[in-house]
Design a binder for this molecule. Structure first.
Ligand SMILES: Nc1ncnc2c1ncn2[C@@H]1O[C@H](COP(=O)(O)OP(=O)(O)O)[C@@H](O)[C@H]1O
Ligand SMILES: [Mg+2]
Length: 153
């Protein structure tokens, strides 16, 4: 488990962009945190790091948006998901186990459906205004690699 403090939106953007540059096809990122925590902010920045040129918006009603970057990027937002049936109808496994990068906002809502190799990013508001505390957790070789890369400045 790794904890990172992001003091302002700029630091969150830098973090997301750096993570995006590290990510490879097949990686799955789950973002968890209250409304306004910064999940979409970080998603947009991950997209930038993955060289997505299109403007990324939250797929709150569509459930998933797809982008072309250095690799294909699938952006889920499961906030309004009422039952997992909608995810099965969508064939979510084809995305989660693909050669693209998958980012899931509110991933904790579907924790049991996320692949074992998911990188979990939890965002909490800190004591200071605009401060966010990010906790990164996961398992496996890819998790270790990503954490190691993030530690490099
Ligand atoms: N350190 C920070 N990181 C990310 N967002 C921040 C930070 N400080 C303040 N904010 C603000 O919090 C809001 C986060 O919104 P958003 O990314 O849409 O959150 P979520 O997708 O989790 O609901 C934005 O208005 C952003 O400017
Ligand atoms: Mg959001």
């Amino acid at each position: 488990m790794v904890k990172i403090i992001l003091k302002n939106p700029k630091e969150s953007q830098d973090f997301g962009e750096k993570l995006g540059r590290i990510l490879k096809g097949g990686d799955v990122i789950s973002l968890t945190g209250d409304l306004g925590a910064g999940k979409t902010t970080i998603t947009k920045a991950i997209g930038k790091g993955l060289e997505v040129e299109e403007y990324i918006t939250s797929p709150t009603f569509a459930l998933i948006n797809q982008y072309e970057g250095r690799v294909r990027v699938y952006h889920f937002d499961v906030y309004r998901l009422e039952g997992v049936e909608d995810l099965y109808d969508l064939g979510f496994e084809d995305y989660f186990y693909s050669d693209g990068v998958t980012i899931v906002e509110w991933g904790d809502k579907i924790h049991g459906l996320l692949p074992e190799h998911t990188i979990h990013i939890q965002i909490e508001k800190g004591k200071e205004l605009n401060e966010r505390i990010v906790t990164i957790s996961g398992q496996g070789e890819r998790y270790s690699e990503i954490v190691e890369e993030l530690r490099k400045s």
